[in-house]
Structure formats: structure tokens, C-alpha cells
Design a protein. Sequence first.
Length: 388
Amino acid sequence: MERSFPKGFLWGAAGSAHQTEGNNVASDLWALENRPGTFFADRSGDACDSYHRWPEDLDIVRELGLNSYRFSLEWARIEPAEGRFSNAALAHYRRVIEGCLERGLTPVVTLHHFTSPLWFQQGGGWLSGEAVGRFRRYVRAVLPILGGVEWVCTINEPNLLAMMANLMRDKERTEGVAGAMPPPDQRTADALAAAHLAAREELAGLRSGWTIASQNFEAAEGAVAERDAWARPREDQFLEVAKDDDFVGVQAYTRVIIGKDGALPVPDEARRTLTGWEFHPAALGDAVRYTAARLPGVPILVTENGIATARDAERVEYTRGALAGLHEAMAEGADVRGYLHWSLLDNYEWGSYEPTFGLVSVDRETFQRTLKPSARWLGEIARSGRLD
């Protein structure tokens, strides 16, 4: 069976600044990774050295036949001290944007991808009364370099950020819930929503939205009400914030089954990825349907989807299933404008280099990029616009 995608559909790959650039020394995550007794297995360190090697990365995207690249600007580089902006950092990111445009790639630019300047975190983070104003000031500073950018993601996975805020403060609350996240810290959630709306005001005239971690909460038998109650704070409230946005980003990898007492463990017999998540390609189509039903009229961009695996044939298998489910959701009426695979490179996965999501491997010493067969496979789909 052949499935065709619309003309003009975005086909791309994604990464984030902290995970690929290296030496993001002014950020809160850098400080956390390098403090004595840190719980991180690995430090980001040089990461993939993409701060210097971004032209090579963009060349790879183009040569594969993809037409889009998602990356993030690093707030900690642009404003390393409060109120002091780096013209050099702004010029650097402008060069990356121009590099995309020169290669015929549509840049999808994320303004905040988990990391913040250390001064911001030390000054109260998102719970500071000045957080929204500080973020607005940053957005205003980067606005001049966004010429030619059609898609701007304000904040990446705000629901996960708010849930992590709760987890970091009260770790024992997750005992017995099999890796499912705790509910979000509501004050953090409210601040992120306000920051997003402030950013949207500054970005008037550009197409902007934010990206949601779509967790595909499924009800065990007899637990529909419990599933709905579980999803409401963790996902639905963040989707509601996007009701007037130009688009919403869907980021889906797996599912979580909800029983009467909350999240259930991944079954022992289930196939798992390197992150311990259930191998579940249908997650993407289901997440798109869920989002489309709650945000009628808001276009959807798949800003992340992929699998952590050491077996590239498994990456192809997973992605083929995910794209088939995406096509089915689109045939049912979901307005999806593109698919951006996570990730372009085997990059730093927030504490470890072990989970390999990339279409391209990176030598940890020489930074040599090596294309995997899955990269060329996805590139052929992008060139033809068809999934066989």
C-alpha cells in the first residue's frame, strides 16, 4: 500500500542547542551537570560540537533530501548575564538561519528548549515574579534575527518542564508509578503559559506556537475517568493555552496506560527502547488525533518523533509505523503540516549519551558524522512524498 503526503509537507530532523552545541557554560543545566555529586551519568561537555559544525549538519539535512531543520537558540549564550546581550551569539544564530535558507531548508526555530541562563534559575526561575518579563525581553532581543523564519516554537514541552519542577522538588512522589511523571507544579505551569502568551505578542507577524509532550494516556479497563483526570493537568491544560496559536507542535514517542490507581508499569513482556519506554509506533497517530480533537482549526506540526535504539533497522521499523499512523490520522482530517524526526544526531539526552535517537552517529572524540541507513531511508520518503 502506498501512502502519499501533501505537496509542500515539511520533512526534517531536529536537535536542540544544549544537546548538540557543546560547552553551554552559562546555563542552569551545565551547572547541574558539573556540580559535585551530580546524579547525571554523563556531562554534555563538547556535545556534538555543532556550535562550530552546524554547516556540516545542515549540508547533511539537505543532501538527505529533507527540506526542514528544527534547532533552538540558546538563551544562556544570548543573555549570559541579566540584561547583557551577546551580539556575537545573536550573529551566530542569524548565520545558522541564513545557512538553512541558503540551502533551501525551512528553519523551525525554538526559543527555549529546557535550558535557561544560570542567572535566571538563581533569580527564582519560572517562579520569580519577573520571569515572564525576563522571557519577553529575551524574545524581543532575538526578534531582529528571525527574518525569513516561518515557524517559531516559543517553549519546548512546557508540560514536561512543569512536571520536572515537581519531580525535582519532591522525588518521592514518583515512587511506584513506573516512570510516569508526577503532575506539574501548577505555579510553574501558569508562568510558562504567561511567558508563551507574552512571546506570542512579541512575535506578532510570525507563525508561532509551542510544542507539547504528547504522552498518549490510555485507559485500562474501567479506568476512563481516571485516565481523563490524569491527562487533564499533564497535557490538556497546556493544549488549551494553544487554542489561538498559529500551530501546535506534537512530540510523541510512546504511551502510558492509566489504571484505577494511576500509571501502570510497562508490561514485562512488552518490547522496550533504550530509554525503557514501550516500543509503540502508533503513539504518533494517536497523539495527532488527540491533539486535533482538542484544538480544531489549529494546524499541527510534528516537531519530535523517534526511537532510542542501537539497531538502525528497528529505527526504520518504528518510523515506518509512526508515519503510517500519521498518514491515517491525516486521512481522517488532522491538519498536519510536517514531520520532524528526533533526532538528526546521536546527541546528549539530558544526562546520558547512551540513548541513541539519531539518524546520524557522532564519534565522541573526533565528532565525525556517519549517516545511518535510516537517514537515507527517511530522505527517500521526503524526496518522493510517499511511504510504501
